[in-house]
Design a protein around this ligand. Structure first.
Ligand code: ADP
Length: 401
């Protein structure tokens, strides 16, 4: 008899986010975050939800991921939720890049670790940190099943013609250059949850899912399977994001090298960190941008217009990809919380049967809900994402088999 609890770990280069969930009740027992690992001013914030205790914050230096995970284990143990409890069934790790190999969650062993390592060249910013989390957790609990859940997996169902770039096929194959897509855990969760909201069988539904957080991506989902998505080889392609440019003429890169004298690394940093909303107006937070627009700021207005114009283009394009659309679904920080973005994303798309109801769209709620007018041909919905729950469900499903 395996336990019912799953610890979800999301290991970044200098942070570890974690949640302990009970899968029998699908409730969260504890959540927390260790930040600035390896820097002097580390911070661990732990909230034991099962005991109803308040958040506890530690500000002692945390040297590395091993120290971070040990500190997390101690916090959990203090609430009677220790990692040595037989009720802990598994640890589920978020892994960003699963390449072509991982189209499903994988039970972690040395071979799986080696394969995630082999994918580092296509995910140099993310996979090394995810691997560190995996190795550290395995060292801490060597006999506990650990599962890798990949951000790319949901998009593996894309047809070849949507996944391929139109470049020399030999070079593409040699270097594994193709469109993989990201945020897959969120797109999968939201697509399924939207079907429940619409009271429809996912198998018969065509959805456009817009995950608009700091990173942003769109996906076209037919019958529960992804048929196209906006991110590509890396999370840089597609929509305008907080700090990433999204789609851009690749010749801009040559131009910056030849004319502006920038190095590859400088261009990489420019497009990933100093572009998007931040590049256009200096702010990447939609709340601040809306505040500036209300105060008459022209740069903020232009950034908002560039952002929502790109969104509308993808909504239109994915209508063409799907042929028929049942719902457009907004999720993540911006998608869940910004009525003006939702309104602008479907503005002028009446011909597609798309509109938002002004009252429903601006109503405050944290629940999955419809924001389109009653009787609309295409539903517009807001579905809060829950990547940790999705990772925990997939992890538990794998080890409870
Ligand atoms: P991440 O991609 O980091 O997981 P989130 O999904 O949490 O991001 O989204 C973060 C973004 O959501 C913020 O940068 C901000 O732009 C936006 N956001 C959060 N709350 C609001 C709000 N109330 N109104 C508008 N935008 C919001």
């Amino acid at each position: 008899m395996t336990g019912t609890r799953v610890l979800v770990l999301n290991s970044g280069s200098s942070s570890v986010k974690y949640q302990l969930l009970d899968m029998e009740t699908e409730t969260r027992l504890a959540v927390g975050l260790v930040e600035r690992i390896g820097e002097g001013a580390s911070r661990l914030a732990h909230t034991p939800l099962s005991t109803g205790g308040g958040q506890r914050v530690q500000r002692t230096p945390v040297a590395d991921h091993e120290a971070a995970l040990k500190a997390v284990a101690e916090e959990l143990a203090a609430d009677g939720l220790g990692l040595d409890s037989p009720r802990l069934a598994a640890i589920g790790h978020r892994v960003v890049h699963g390449g072509l190999r991982f189209t499903e969650p994988a039970l972690i062993d040395e071979e799986v670790i080696a394969e995630i390592e082999r994918l580092v060249p296509v995910a140099p910013l993310h996979n090394p940190a995810n691997l560190t989390g995996i190795r550290t957790a395995r060292a801490l609990r060597p006999t506990l099943p650990q599962v890798a859940v990949f951000d790319t997996a949901f998009h593996a169902s894309m047809p070849e013609y949507a996944a391929r770039y139109a470049i020399d096929a030999r070079i593409a194959d040699e270097h594994r250059i193709r469109r993989y897509g990201f945020h897959g855990t969120s797109h999968a969760y939201v697509a399924r949850r939207a079907a429940r909201l619409l009271d429809r069988d996912p198998a018969g539904l065509n959805l456009i899912v817009l995950h608009l957080g700091n990173g942003a991506s769109a996906s076209a989902v037919r019958g529960g399977r992804c048929v196209d998505t906006s991110m590509g080889l890396t999370p840089l392609e597609g929509l305008v994001m907080g700090t990433r440019s999204g789609d851009i003429d690749p010749a801009v890169v040559f131009h910056l090298g030849r004319v502006a004298g920038m190095s590859m690394d400088e261009v990489d940093t420019l497009l990933n960190r100093h572009s998007g909303l931040a590049g256009l107006c200096g702010d990447n937070d939609m709340r601040e941008i809306r505040r500036r627009i209300d105060a008459g700021d022209a740069a903020a207005q232009l950034a908002f217009n560039v952002y929502t114009h790109r969104l509308r283009k993808y909504v239109g394009a994915y209508h063409a990809v799907l042929g028929r659309v049942d719902a457009v679904v907004f999720t993540a920080g911006v998608g869940e919380n910004s009525p003006p973005v939702r309104e602008a994303a479907v503005a002028g798309l009446d011909a597609f049967g798309l509109a938002v109801d002004p009252e429903l769209n601006t109503r405050d709620s944290a629940e999955p809900r419809l924001v389109s007018p009653a009787g609309a041909r295409v539903a517009v919905a807001v579905v809060p994402t829950d990547e940790e729950l999705e990772i925990a469900q997939q992890t538990h499903a794998l080890v409870a088999r």
